[in-house]
Design a protein around this ligand. Structure first.
Ligand code: ATP
Ligand code: MG
Length: 376
């Protein structure tokens, strides 16, 4: 949990110094800076923005540096991004006042989960965001996973460079030696993903029944490894070597893993469709919320405490859905940041807290032109 947060030169927030509660509600008009505050917390946790990868987009215009600092139950942590004259960014990350070399240190210490209405790509776009969703869960649940993932990415990069090399035919023995290691990391990554995915499924089904009861038993998740696990990646890569050389990159492997989200009636083989092609926008938002909240429930049960950020909570959701979402969140041991255009949400949250007898402390902040003021 973050007790105190400082933001410096981040989008339209010139400076902010906030004392936070367990449930933080941010209210303000369009363009006031609500999403920017969530983005700043996300940057501290993940080292990147969820809107743009380039720091020059989120550092306040005409400035060359932004910083986010937090005092948390895990100690102090900070991130600073600085632009040089050519627009390249350098990053300084600190924990307990000491420099740390890897962002993963802060990602472990301050896990964040974001639910935003623009996040439809999870269902509508390619496999990238679904793989990242699963990997985020595996990262927090299987601590060996990250090391394996890093080694795999490093080898994959080298392999792709080699595939493009004009001397590739002569260097095939070198490639096969790397493939052996690549396959070994791939199988471990696959095992971690499969184990965590299997545990996640039960939580997802329950959350789906709660948030989208009319779709319970109709939406099915399945995990694909990205290669034929029975044949094994080493042999698959051998069989595909001519095609990979022609393409100049590695087409199969754990970097192509995916989760399919399918709408079908149990036992009905005639009607099977990607959920993205069947559901309404509000239903898709609820489905994405069910995917994320079920991960949150699973993680909370392992004792990890998260910061959950919900941007524009009532966008595209009806009153019942907002209440159900709030009830679920209030009962989980996590810190909340909830943004909304108007203040009505404050009384809705109070009512939900009363109904549940929730003891979560609450703070309301008014956001206006990048200034964030706590209501007393
Ligand atoms: N690098 C930047 N420097 C300064 N201001 C910026 C920068 N990037 C974006 N802005 C401005 O920051 C303001 C806040 O944006 P933000 O997305 O946080 O608003 P919001 O309160 O979430 O609005 P909405 O309710 O429309 O989602 C906007 O007016 C935007 O134009
Ligand atoms: Mg916004």
């Amino acid at each position: 949990m973050i007790d105190e947060l400082k933001i410096h030169q981040f989008r339209n927030i010139s400076t902010a110094h906030l004392s936070l509660a367990e449930c933080n509600v941010l209210v303000g008009k369009n363009g006031s800076g609500k999403t920017s505050l969530l983005e700043a917390v996300f940057l501290l946790s993940r080292g990147k923005s969820f809107r743009h990868h380039e720091p020059k987009r989120y550092i306040t215009h005409h400035q060359h540096r932004c910083a986010v600092w937090a005092n948390t139950r895990q100690g102090q942590m900070a991130i600073q991004k600085t632009l040089d004259d050519k627009g390249f960014a350098t990053t300084i990350i600190k924990q307990h006042g000491q420099h740390v070399s890897s962002q993963s240190v802060l990602s472990f210490a301050l896990p964040t989960l974001l639910i935003d209405p623009s996040g439809m790509e999870l269902l509508e776009m390619g496999s990238n965001s679904r793989r990242q969703l699963l990997d985020w869960l595996v990262f927090h649940m299987e601590h060996e996973f990250y090391g394996e993932w890093l080694s795999y990415q490093r080898l994959l990069k080298q392999r792709n460079i080699l595939l493009k090399s004009p001397a590739i035919q002569k260097r095939l023995p070198e490639l096969y030696a790397w493939d052996y290691q690549l396959a070994s990391h791939a199988h471990k990554i696959h095992e971690y993903r499969q184990t965590v995915f299997n545990r996640w499924l039960g939580y997802f089904d329950k959350m789906l029944s709660c948030l989208l009861p009319h779709c319970a038993g109709l939406i099915w998740l399945s995990y694909q490894a990205g290669f034929d696990e029975k044949v094994g990646l080493f042999d698959v890569l051998r069989q595909r070597i001519t095609a990979d050389v022609e393409l100049g990159y590695t087409r199969v492997g754990t970097h192509r893993a995916d989760i399919s989200v399918v709408f079908k009636q149990s036992g009905d083989v005639r009607f099977k469709e990607q959920a993205a092609n069947v559901l309404s926008r509000g239903e898709k938002k609820l489905l994405i919320t069910a995917l994320k909240l079920s991960q949150l429930q699973l993680i909370c049960e392992t004792g990890i405490r998260l910061v959950v950020m919900i941007d524009d909570i009532d966008a595209e959701l009806d009153e019942w859905a907002v209440q159900t979402l709030l009830k679920t969140l209030m009962e989980l041991p996590c810190q909340l940041f909830i943004t909304n255009l108007n203040s009505d949400i404050v009384s809705v949250i109070h009512d939900v807290q009363k109904q549940l007898g929730s003891t979560k402390t609450m703070a309301v902040f008014d956001v206006k032109d990048g200034t964030i003021i706590k209501r007393i």
